[in-house]
Ligand binder design. Structure first.
Ligand SMILES: Cc1ncc(C[n+]2csc(CCOP(=O)(O)OP(=O)(O)O)c2C)c(N)n1
Ligand SMILES: [Mg+2]
Length: 537
């Protein structure tokens, strides 16, 4: 169906109408000359959020979109802007964050001459975007933005629209046809056959287990999956290296994170004659190992809302359906099993006594003792992620978030965007010192816009995980340690207050001061916590 935009005299005015209709009135941007015709005299109902590098622009928008569960609007400057943003767009895709990404282009009238700033933009983002719109005519721009909003929401990822700078002021004569529906309503229903297939599979199992993935997002899905788990009285594992926690990790049936290699996975699931993976593919891996994913006696089924996850799963059954209603319907079909023994969870080891300095585990313990259950914790601590997972269980949706594609430079901006999108929520990013440097300029945006997130930087003075990988590979690393970097000084240079923490007592005192006020904070704070290097095991 097509609708008509009445009254708008320029493409720009019609585009603003479309943006308003889709809730795209907060623009995360780093602008250039090709975007000035759009931005000059921005209507007063639009908010503009400046970030000082495109990885920060997209990271902040990603956090905002995840917090709000609706598309965020991004504006980038031709080749340099889109090029700088590609890694962050890949993260947004894998983390399933809906973004509408406008990319400015030189003037159509002389593009053929390749003027200064002309972009070869089509294809620059590879297959990270869920779609790329290049409007054939200026008057197609508003429709392209509407389709991008639908694509971002339905395919859960960044949708790119490339707009030549002269398009915005192009006149619209007469009513403008928008080649997109005004509203796109997705059915949230689940049919009986899909639920029956899952119920029949589970009924054949004597010792089932569940695996929760990042696709189990939001309170309704968490509650519905907990219902399924309680009916089955079975352990629930978290997928390894996922984008977010998919199950309350303080639930008595939570059994920990699955190993990310095949041998560990086989061993972890050996005692189960079948598993149901919910909100993930079967199975997410990290380092390649030989052999099958599971033992022959372990059957596998998958429930996911993501067609690509369903397609690549090694499973006898994959059901494609929205998670929350599917789990609700499934729970209603299951007869309660007698409670089994509580899963054995590996207890977090006591931190190794160090020669005076703090270790990361002590920092996690100090946070665990103080953080509220509704904290949104964003992780980017490569050498100590397992220790963080063991010590800081996610207790609410977004209780654990991470860059699922592995690209560093996400945690700082994502924490800022999450807090902007959900201003009353305590938000903490725990970040390695190396990781903190990829999008450090995001701290300026946090300071400028009064975003009260807490950044805990684990300053071990090195790329500890990389050093360890080099050691395991039998050699030494050619890269130097990160000597001479003062993250706290960088933060202050960007307007973000910071404190350097050098011992347990100072850490605990500072957290006692700061954590109770996290929900109300109106300015960011960075803690540069000096820690010994961990070996990443
Ligand atoms: C954008 C990007 N560049 C490089 C890497 C490779 N990489 C993975 S971990 C790491 C070092 C991280 O150092 P730090 O944050 O200090 O954590 P630590 O290992 O010390 O815990 C690097 C460079 C990456 N994942 N993403
Ligand atoms: Mg480090």
């Amino acid at each position: 169906m097509q609708i008509r935009s009445a009254g708008a005299s320029t493409v720009r005015a019609a585009a603003f109408d479309v943006m308003r209709r889709h809730g795209l009135t907060t623009m995360f941007a780093n602008p250039g000359s090709t975007e000035v015709p759009l931005l000059s005299a921005l209507p007063s109902d639009f908010a503009f959020v400046l970030a000082l590098h495109e990885a920060s622009v997209v990271g902040i928008a990603t956090g905002w979109a995840l917090a709000r569960e609706q598309p965020a609007l991004v504006l980038l400057h031709t080749t340099a802007g889109l090029g700088n943003a590609v890694g962050a767009l890949a993260t947004a895709r894998v983390n399933r964050a809906p973004l509408v990404v406008l990319v400015g282009q030189q003037d159509r009238r002389h593009l053929a001459y390749e003027p200064f700033l002309a972009g070869r933009l089509d294809g620059l983002g590879g297959d990270c975007p869920v779609c790329v719109e290049q409007p054939a005519l200026a008057r197609d721009v508003p429709g392209a933005i509407a389709r991008a909003a639908h694509a971002a929401a339905t395919a859960a990822g960044p949708a790119v629209v490339i707009v030549p700078m002269d398009d915005w002021e192009a006149a619209v004569d007469g009513p403008l046809e928008i080649a997109a529906p005004r509203r796109l309503v997705r059915s949230a229903g689940v049919d009986e056959a899909a639920v029956a297939a899952l119920a029949a599979y589970l009924a054949e199992l004597d010792a089932p287990a569940l695996v929760a993935g990042a696709g189990v997002a939001g309170q309704p899905a968490w509650e519905a999956l907990a219902d399924v788990a309680e009916r089955l009285a079975c352990p629930v594992y978290q997928e390894p290296f996922g984008a977010r926690a998919g199950f309350p990790q303080d639930h008595p049936q939570f059994a920990g994170h699955l190993p990310a290699g095949r041998s560990g996975l086989r061993a972890a699931l050996r005692r189960h004659d079948g598993v149901l993976v919910v909100g993930a593919a079967a199975f997410r891996q990290y380092v390649y190992e030989r052999g099958p994913l599971v033992e022959q006696g372990t059957r596998v089924a998958v429930l996911t809302a993501d067609p690509a996850e369903a397609r690549r799963s090694v499973a006898e059954l994959a059901v494609l359906a929205p998670i929350a209603p599917a789990c609700r319907a499934l729970a209603a079909q299951l007869t309660a099993r007698p409670a089994s023994r509580r899963p054995r969870r590996r207890r977090a080891r006591r931190p190794a006594a160090s020669a005076g300095g703090l270790v990361a585990e002590e920092v996690f313990d100090a946070l665990a003792a103080r953080l509220p259950a509704d904290v949104a914790l964003i992780e980017e601590t490569p050498s100590t992620r397992p220790a963080l997972n063991a010590r800081l269980p996610a207790r609410s949706p977004h209780g654990f978030l991470s860059a699922a594609m592995g690209g560093l430079g996400f945690a700082l901006p994502a924490a800022i965007g999450l807090r902007m999108g959900d201003p009353g929520r305590p938000v903490v990013a725990v970040v390695g010192d190396g990781s903190s440097l990829y999008s450090v300029q995001a701290l300026w945006s946090a300071a400028h816009y009064g975003v009260g997130a807490l950044f805990v930087v684990l300053a071990n003075g090195r790329y500890a995980i990389m050093d360890e990988l080099a050691r395991r590979a039998g050699g030494t690393a050619p890269w130097p340690p990160l000597q001479g970097v003062e993250i706290g000084a960088l933060a202050r240079g960007l307007g973000c207050p910071s404190l350097r923490i050098e011992g347990r007592e100072q850490l605990e005192r500072t957290l006692d001061d700061v954590v109770p006020g996290l929900a109300q904070r109106a300015e960011p704070l960075l803690l540069e916590v000096v820690v010994d290097a961990s070996d990443g095991t």
